[in-house]
Ligand binder design. Structure first.
Ligand SMILES: Nc1ncnc2c1ncn2[C@@H]1O[C@H](COP(=O)(O)OP(=O)(O)OP(=O)(O)O)[C@@H](O)[C@H]1O
Ligand SMILES: [Mg+2]
Length: 422
């Protein structure tokens, strides 16, 4: 029987699994799915499962009139000690249960391809799950480990995601290089500086080659949240005023809108709990048209579809100078022109934090920039124009390389089988 190992990149936005044939030492194939779960609105007793995963989750959510529970960016709850569980259809799900749903889906699809129940996996993890708080980080890795166990893996090793990316890049090299790798995803931005050497592929001890790793909790989701805040929330009443007491006019609290900007809040946002306040603001705003959109958004679970429109705008601006941000659903009508310059202003704070972090990473690890032979960038967010400029400006003399932005990490994880030999 053939021996296989899975390299698994459980990502904030996308999750990938590379099937590695341990005998031929080659990747057989790679599967990728969006990291999404949709729990049907109605518990359908005829169905085996009450949820769907990946691409199918989007279709089911739309077909179901967007009424069920749509869960996105689950990875972000791994490090939240405040999250213990959520109840869906009277069943409790903790963080590991939710993550296990994604891992199980990937494993099931891969097992079907190879015709075996493969229980050995190298799973990626960001350098820091959150900020560099050790307790939160340990909590996140333990939860991920538990999820892997629930999904049916019995032999698991963890590897930093950017090292995975580096090993994928190493496959394309013909000589030894000092490489700076940047993996910019949906939730985190990770760096690693290491020596890559095609002669060392698969060798047991690569520790000496890893010169530095680091990361920051900013990614494409942060850009989308910033865009929602600046260009989305005004359509949902961010500037709405209401009559607090006769003659006293105030603006509705901004905190209401924080809930609709972040996925972490949106996933488990209980609109009902603050519903009375929202109804009061609506009434005392003189039934403001835009504030009504907030009620429509919450009542109809429209969050994901609004964020899809935001992501479309972002992706268009990776190759165009100007695009539109449009959204038309249940009398919510958004039609905006957005130029790249405007977009870059909106995400500037986050891009500056990434820039500063990169600077700190280079300094703290005493990285001599003149010794870097090449740069390898991966992850969906590496395509954002400001991110491309950041690296081009910072390292004008170093070639910028990229591979498959969505599968590199999983592939490189699959090349990390040496971790089992410790
Ligand atoms: N063409 C594009 N231009 C800009 N951003 C893009 C593009 N395509 C995808 N993205 C963004 O890239 C992010 C997803 O990238 P990726 O799949 O690498 O992340 P991930 O691995 O799921 O997240 P993480 O590694 O942080 O856990 C999303 O924020 C998505 O909106
Ligand atoms: Mg990633």
């Amino acid at each position: 029987m053939k021996r296989f190992l899975y390299g698994i990149d459980f990502g904030t936005t996308n999750s990938a699994l590379a099937i590695y044939d341990e005998d031929s030492k080659k990747i057989h194939s790679t599967i990728i799915i969006p990291s999404l779960i949709y729990f049907y609105h109605q518990l359908n007793t005829g169905k085996e499962k009450n949820y769907v995963v990946g691409e199918e989750a989007i279709n089911a959510y739309l077909n179901d009139g967007m009424q069920g529970r749509f869960i996105k960016s689950i990875k972000q709850i791994l490090s939240r000690s405040s999250f213990s569980e959520t109840r869906i259809h009277n069943k409790r799900y903790n963080a590991s249960d939710l993550v296990a749903i994604i891992l199980k889906e990937l494993k099931g699809r891969a097992d079907e391809i190879v015709g075996q129940d493969v229980q050995k996996a190298v799973i990626g993890r960001p350098v820091f799950f959150d900020d560099d708080n050790v307790q939160k980080d340990t909590l996140a890795q333990n939860r991920l480990n538990k999820a892997a166990e629930l999904a049916g893996f019995t032999e698991v090793r963890f590897q930093f995601e950017p090292i995975g990316a580096a090993f994928a890049y190493e496959q394309t090299l013909t000589k030894k290089e000092h490489v700076l790798v940047g993996d910019l995803g949906g939730g985190t931005t990770d760096f690693t500086y290491l020596i890559l050497d095609p002669a060392k592929v698969g060798s047991k001890d690569r520790k000496k080659d890893m010169m530095a790793t680091g990361g920051i909790y900013i990614g494409g989701d942060s850009f989308d949240a910033a865009f929602m805040w600046e260009r989305g929330t005004p359509y949902f009443g961010k500037h709405t005023t209401y009559e607090a007491t006769p003659g006293k006019v105030l603006t509705v609290p901004k905190s209401l809108f924080a809930n609709i900007c972040s996925w972490e809040q949106m996933n488990f946002f209980n609109g009902q709990r603050i519903r009375k306040d929202i109804d009061d603001y609506y009434y005392y705003s003189g039934k403001d048209r835009k504030f009504k959109n907030l009620i429509t958004l919450i009542e109809n679970n429209l969050g994901y579809s609004v964020f899809q429109a935001i992501e479309r705008t972002k992706i268009a601006l990776s190759s165009e100078q100007e695009t539109d941000f449009t959204y038309h659903q249940m009398e919510i009508d958004i039609d905006e022109q957005v130029s790249l310059t405007e977009y870059e202003q909106i995400i500037q704070k986050d891009v500056t934090r990434i820039t500063n972090y990169l600077e700190e990473f280079l300094q703290q690890n005493n990285i001599d920039v003149t010794k870097i032979d090449s740069l390898f960038l991966t992850g969906g967010t590496s395509m954002v124009a400001s991110i491309q400029s950041l690296f081009k400006n910072k390292f004008p003399h170093i070639t910028l390389n990229s591979g498959d932005n969505f599968k590199s990490v999983a592939k490189g994880l699959a090349y990390s089988g040496y971790l089992f030999e410790d």
